[in-house]
Design a protein around this ligand. Structure first.
Ligand code: ADP
Length: 467
């Protein structure tokens, strides 16, 4: 249905694109936020882990150190793979690191299991410096190519020659007698951490375009859904314009044809009068139609304010019956009113508009009832409402038409030139007026038996008391 209209398709596409763009932006920001949060949480966890390993080692070391810058043999039990600088173990270790086993000659080997097994498991290394900043010993899983000069900043992130990143903490060390011993560093490779973040980044980077494609499809579908009511009302307007144009053309064409034929011949006085009468009739039809269209348009825009006032329904019904009696007589219909209430009923509303509504109902009833039929306007009430029922013994309305007759220009017999001359706006206006007042208008009808239009209006307070 929507495929036929280019404007709607273009709007749908641009809506879908905008929606997908905005969603894409939101998702990207969200992805970045998630990545930052994960990365931050990992850094915090890493720092905590390093801090606790370093703190434990540091405290244990300080209990054992006696002389500044001197490594006691017992230290080998605290730090795995401890190896003193200046001995061959460092070189050996670098060579054997990749093959797993460490076979350094001067290593002070730990006795298994080591109390600080975390150092062995988690790619940790430890470095000991004396007070002058000279590297004395290293332990654990010592990384190749890491700068050896002392940096006393607490937290550092370093990289080695192969661009592996390491994170380390520096602490100052004291002897048992609180003399300065030197410095102690504990660090670890963050390759596993970087790996994990890399995977998170990859998932986010792949997930984003995938979700954007899904968002694109969803927004295309949603835009179509959102535009359906707009498209339907656009179609209704198109239909309305076409119907209005058609209705306007009929009297205009009739007037034109009359004028053209009149211009061809010399007319006597009576003929001129006849022609002018025809033109007047068509003109009246035009004025009526344009007036109805204007009224509907104003009611749609709520441009007509409701002038609510208290008035008596009994008077309204009697006035209408009186006014339409000649029309009923002309159609050989018996038009009567029937008041099924003891007292007069008052309602609050726009008297002129409500008059027009009931007028349309009675005129319809007269027009759709064959000669010798009856039209009765009944006034009754229930607990809180007044009811005006316009009942006829006419042609009736089939169930499939009963809802549609309130649509603009809808007529059960589609022949627009039939004798009632109606434009199909009467009930649409009636419904609009009822809606503006929030009153109910409904129909009950049986084909061939007649119809009853029921108009339900809430009673004004004093009428309710009189019930
Ligand atoms: P119209 O100007 O054609 O009367 P309306 O909007 O008043 O337009 O009515 C719409 C259609 O509803 C009519 O064309 C007619 O077919 C049907 N209708 C309305 N009132 C009655 C009625 N009392 N009995 C049978 N049909 C009716």
């Amino acid at each position: 249905m929507m495929r036929q209209n280019k404007l709607f398709n273009n709007t749908r596409t641009s809506l879908a694109l905008w929606y997908a763009g905005v969603m894409g932006l939101i998702l990207s920001l969200l992805g970045m936020g998630v990545y930052k949060a994960i990365s931050h949480a990992h850094w915090v966890a890493l720092d905590n882990e390093l801090e606790s390993v370093a703190g434990t080692l540091h405290d244990s070391l300080e209990l054992k150190l006696k002389q500044p810058g001197k490594i006691e043999p017992i230290i080998g039990k605290l730090l795995p793979n401890l190896c003193l600088v200046g001995t061959s173990c460092i070189t050996d270790r670098f060579n054997s690191q990749r093959h797993g086993a460490y076979k350094g000659a001067n290593a002070i080997r730990p006795t298994a299991p080591h109390i600080l097994s975390a150092v062995e498991r988690g790619n940790y290394y430890a470095r000991l410096y004396d007070t002058s900043g000279r590297l004395i010993a290293i332990a654990g899983d010592y990384p190749e190519g890491l700068p050896q000069s002392l940096n006393t900043e607490s937290w550092q992130t370093l990289s080695n020659r192969t661009n592996n990143i390491y994170h380390q903490i520096s602490l100052s060390l004291h002897t048992q007698t609180r003399e300065d011993w030197g410095y102690f560093q504990v660090g670890r490779s963050i390759a596993d951490f970087e790996d994990y973040l890399g995977r998170v980044k990859l998932v986010l980077l792949l997930g984003l375009p995938t979700s954007l494609i899904l968002v694109g499809f969803a927004s295309w579908w949603l835009a179509g859904l959102a535009m359906q009511p707009i498209y339907r009302s656009y179609q209704q307007i198109e239909q309305f314009t076409a119907d209005a144009a058609h209705e306007l053309r009929t009297p205009l064409a009739a007037t034109q044809a009359t004028l053209e034929s009149a211009l061809l011949v010399d007319l006597d006085r009576q003929e001129t009068k006849d022609i002018l009468t025809t033109i007047e009739r068509e003109n009246k039809r035009l004025i009526q139609l344009v007036g109805d269209l204007l009224l509907l348009a104003r009611m749609d825009r709520k441009a007509i304010p409701l002038r609510r006032q208290l008035f008596c329904l009994n008077d309204l019904v009697s006035d209408l019956v009186e006014e339409l009696e000649p029309l009923a007589i002309a159609n050989q219909i018996t038009l009567t009113n029937e008041f099924r209430v003891k007292k007069s009923l008052n309602v609050s509303g726009d008297c002129d508009q409500l008059y027009r509504l009931v007028y349309n109902l009675i005129v319809n009833a007269i027009q759709h009832t064959p000669s010798d039929g009856r039209v009765t306007v009944i006034l009754e009430r229930d607990a809180s409402d007044a009811l005006i029922k316009v009942k006829d013994t006419g042609i009736g309305i089939a169930p499939e038409h009963q809802k549609k007759i309130f649509d603009r220009f809808y007529r059960v017999q589609s022949d627009r030139s039939r004798n009632t001359g109606g434009s199909g706006l009467g009930l649409a206006i009636a419904k609009s007026i009822a809606r503006a007042h929030s009153f109910k208008l409904s129909v009950r009808s049986e084909l061939g038996q007649g119809s009853t239009f029921i108009f339900q209006l809430p009673l004004a307070i004093n009428s309710k008391v009189n019930f």
